[in-house]
Ligand binder design. Structure first.
Ligand SMILES: Nc1ncnc2c1ncn2[C@@H]1O[C@H](COP(=O)(O)OP(=O)(O)OP(=O)(O)O)[C@@H](O)[C@H]1O
Ligand SMILES: [Mg+2]
Length: 237
């Protein structure tokens, strides 16, 4: 479970201070599919970096599975990032001249999973992300945008994280490919029980989640169940 209590974030550059988050509180239970939405510059990525233990708040507290994140050592934080959270970054961050398999197994190397398990775990993640097997030995610069996004999703899944955080995962995709990626998240949520946090500036994309938290100027302006969840047809996947 994720719990934020009155989180603020102030960036300091010389004399200039920018307050980006102004006291944000919410809980996300295991197995929820939550969209965090808001206009550009509202603080979404800043919040995701804090939730993902990539950055720390200026004040307030953040509990992940009941543990106060501010009390964890650097090693413990690295451990949380590599084993508990799967990240899908907007810019993908894949190695372009490296095969799909290698890109997906890399996080296993960092988390010390025995070599013998790598291919099996990568295959499982690639299947869950819906990348056809005949593409697994392609290099990532030989794939389409949607296929690359599936590799990025597979890579985020390979350590079996309990939470997947995706920052504008459909930002670079055409609308049909975007729908497929959102359907993949819905499937991971419904069938594998993963908690999904989807960051988007687009309210239409946010409607694929079952709860929408809206932020504006660093404050939550709305947090509600989405009763009209847009469910992607399985036949598309
Ligand atoms: N390192 C930094 N130093 C100073 N200001 C920063 C820093 N990083 C982000 N900001 C500012 O914080 C605000 C929020 O940035 P953030 O990246 O969280 O927005 P966002 O909601 O993700 O926007 P977008 O939809 O464009 O990705 C912006 O005004 C940005 O200029
Ligand atoms: Mg952003």
């Amino acid at each position: 479970m994720i719990e934020c209590k009155n989180i603020t974030k102030v960036y300091k550059n010389g004399d200039e201070e920018t307050t980006v988050l102004k006291g944000v509180s919410f809980k996300i239970e295991d197995g929820e599919f939550v969209a965090i939405t808001g206009p550009s510059g509202s603080g979404k990525s800043t919040l995701m970096h804090i939730l993902g233990c990539l950055d720390t708040p200026t004040s307030g507290s953040y509990f992940l599975d009941g543990r106060d994140v501010s009390k964890l050592s650097d090693n413990q934080l690295a451990d949380v990032r590599s084993n508990q959270i799967g990240f899908v970054f907007q810019s993908f961050n894949l190695l372009s001249r490296t095969t799909v398999m290698r890109n997906v197994t890399l996080p296993l190397v960092y988390s010390g999973v025995p070599d013998a398990e790598h291919d099996g775990r990568a295959a499982q993640a690639l299947r869950a992300a819906g990348l056809p097997e005949e593409r697994w030995n392609f290099k990532s610069n030989q794939l389409s945008g949607g296929q690359i996004q599936r590799v990025a999703i597979a890579r985020s899944l390979v350590n079996n994280p309990s939470v997947i955080m995706a920052d504008e995962p459909t930002g670079n995709l055409d609308s049909k490919t975007g729908e497929i990626v959102l359907g993949t998240f819905q499937q991971l949520n419904k069938e594998h029980g993963a908690t999904i946090i989807l960051i988007t500036h687009d309210s239409d994309i946010a409607h694929h989640a079952d709860r929408v938290i809206s932020i504006k100027d660093g404050l939550i302006i709305e947090d509600k169940k989405n009763t009209k969840q847009k469910v992607v047809d399985h036949a598309l996947l």
